[in-house]
Design a protein around this ligand. Structure first.
Ligand code: UD1
Ligand code: CA
Length: 484
């Protein structure tokens, strides 16, 4: 393969998005449209990438530079057409030889392997230009491929086409491979004498033919791959197609996905074989799931790691780590900095933030754990609150190993509970607890008799109390045995 320069045209406005965000920066599968294109271009083996920016370049340019720092940025101040944009790129990138591949910045489904196949075909035949084309049932809006007895003779744009030409269903995807020397020679010869008064890159084809050079079209089986997202409806449609592609790839790699239609997996997610994904699950960003883990139903995991054999159900998690064999859910909220150790548990209606829960430790029910460490084998009782915030500052709580805390406890940070300690139910723990100690703070229960009748007279509560008292229903003594 000769040296490959890829030009990415990304100067257009994208007005149909009706957005303050530039079109190229809208996302599907966790990457911007241009991010997907740059990934495909890198896969295709580009040795140099030149990106043409214009509209909202203050946003587009840094975004491209972040994804691909080595990309050359060319600025097209006025959008005078695709040939003009390519000329700007060729000048900025000092492109002269090798193969030059022109692509657009808004085609997220484009595969690196398709680009590679186009370039291979182009170079093997030694042509001046090779168009990536395809047959579509609705060619409206696209440039049509003109063919005569000698082969491809040119491309005509929708607005400049005759009725007969409009009936042609072979379209220009917009992606064209050029011989670099031919491209540099032809660009200054392209005019703008057409319906849109734009410099059309597509005019290069007829000019090559007139020069007696060889051109052809490389017909892609499914040219929808080169489709751009112009509005939000198309964005969602392409997002769905891309998701189907990603989900299918993971299934082929040994992941069980019970319901592909309600499973959303970002492009950068990594899954091991024998992972099971249950319905209604979204895996976002850099989420990684290890072998034999079961995730779902109804989980949203962002930038989260799930260990080997772990079980996560009905959970919202971000920047969290779930250890091997651990259990999370249902209805758990894992905020950034949550690290759950091997075989640990974060149960129903539990919120955890910036806390480490070590191996085998459990927070099973209805609790908030913030800015804490919980040692190995410790059990936190139902309804426990780690009060980490004094209204001004956040403080840490450290709970040791194999601690048993009662239900309804409040740990008021900063506080330390030693290894093997215990706390009574409803305890308010403000002071450190030494290892092995039992901390209790809830007072003796007092019953203030007649309180409801005195303070809540006229309410249903008072009426109920009065009826029971009159009927002589016992309020003291043993509760009746239920046999359970
Ligand atoms: C272009 C092709 C058409 C093809 C279609 C496929 C030309 C003349 N026509 O038409 O044959 O079927 O794509 O989608 O090439 N851009 C710039 N600077 C400009 C003009 C465009 O960067 O001055 C960028 C746009 O951001 C966009 C791409 O080039 O990403 C295509 O431009 P657009 O004007 O939308 O071309 P189409 O009319 O769609
Ligand atoms: Ca309580």
């Amino acid at each position: 393969m000769s040296e490959l320069t890829v030009i990415v045209l990304a100067a257009g406005g994208g007005t149909r998005m009706k957005s303050k965000t530039p079109k190229m920066l809208h996302q599907i599968a966790g990457r911007s449209l241009v991010g997907h294109v740059l990934a495909a271009v890198s896969e295709a083996g580009a040795s140099r990438v030149v990106a043409v920016v214009g509209h909202q370049r203050e946003l587009v340019e840094p975004h491209i530079a972040e994804i691909l720092p080595e990309a050359v940025i060319a600025v097209q101040t006025e959008q005078l057409g695709t040939a003009h944009a390519v000329r700007v790129a060729v000048e900025a990138g000092a492109v002269s030889g090798g193969t030059v591949l022109v692509t657009y910045g808004d085609t997220p489904l484009l595969r690196g392997e398709s680009l590679r196949a186009l370039v291979a075909d182009h170079e093997a035949a030694g042509r001046a230009a090779t168009i990536l084309s395809g047959i579509v049932p609705e060619p409206f809006g696209y440039g049509r491929i003109l063919r005569d007895d000698a082969g491809v003779s040119g491309i005509v744009e929708e607005k400049d086409a005759t009725d007969e030409q409009r009936a042609i269903t072979e379209i220009n995807s917009g992606i064209i491979a050029f011989d670099g020397a031919f491209l540099a020679d032809v660009l200054p010869r392209i005019g703008n004498d057409n319906a849109k008064k734009e410099f059309y890159l597509t005019d290069a084809i007829a000019l090559a033919v007139a020069d007696g050079l060889s051109v052809d079209a490389f017909v892609l089986d499914d040219v929808t791959e080169a489709e751009g997202a112009n509005d939000r409806a198309q964005l969602a449609a392409l997002g769905k197609i891309l998701n189907d592609r990603i989900v299918t790839r993971w299934m082929k790699d040994g992941v069980t996905v019970m319901d592909p239609a309600t499973t959303w997996i970002d492009a950068d997610v990594e899954l091991a074989p024998d992972v099971t994904i249950l319905p209604g699950t979204q895996l976002i960003g850099a989420t990684r799931i290890d072998e034999d883990a079961v995730v779902g139903p109804d989980c949203t995991l962002k930038d989260t790691e799930v260990g080997h054999g772990a079980r996560v159900m009905r959970t919202q998690a971000e920047l969290a780590v779930v250890g091997p064999g651990a259990n999370v859910g249902p209805f758990s909220y894992l905020r950034p900095g949550t690290v759950l150790g091997e075989e640990g548990k974060i149960g129903g209606f539990v919120e955890v933030k910036n806390s480490r829960i070590d191996a085998g430790a459990k927070v099973p029910h209805l609790s908030y754990v913030g800015d804490a460490t919980i040692g190995e084998g410790t059990n936190i009782g139902a309804g426990t609150i780690f009060a980490n915030y004094d209204g001004v500052n956040k403080h840490k709580t450290r709970i040791g190993r194999h601690v048993k805390s009662g239900s309804g406890v409040t740990f008021v940070a900063p506080v330390v509970v030693g290894d093997g300690a215990a706390t009574g139910g409803e305890a308010l723990i403000r002071d450190d607890v030494p290892p092995g100690a039992l901390a209790v703070s809830a007072g003796q229960q007092r019953n203030i008799e007649g309180w409801t009748l005195a303070r809540r007279a006229g309410t249903a509560q008072a009426a109920a109390a009065e009826e029971a008292l009159e009927a002589g229903v016992p309020i003291l003594g043993e509760p009746s045995a239920t046999g359970e």
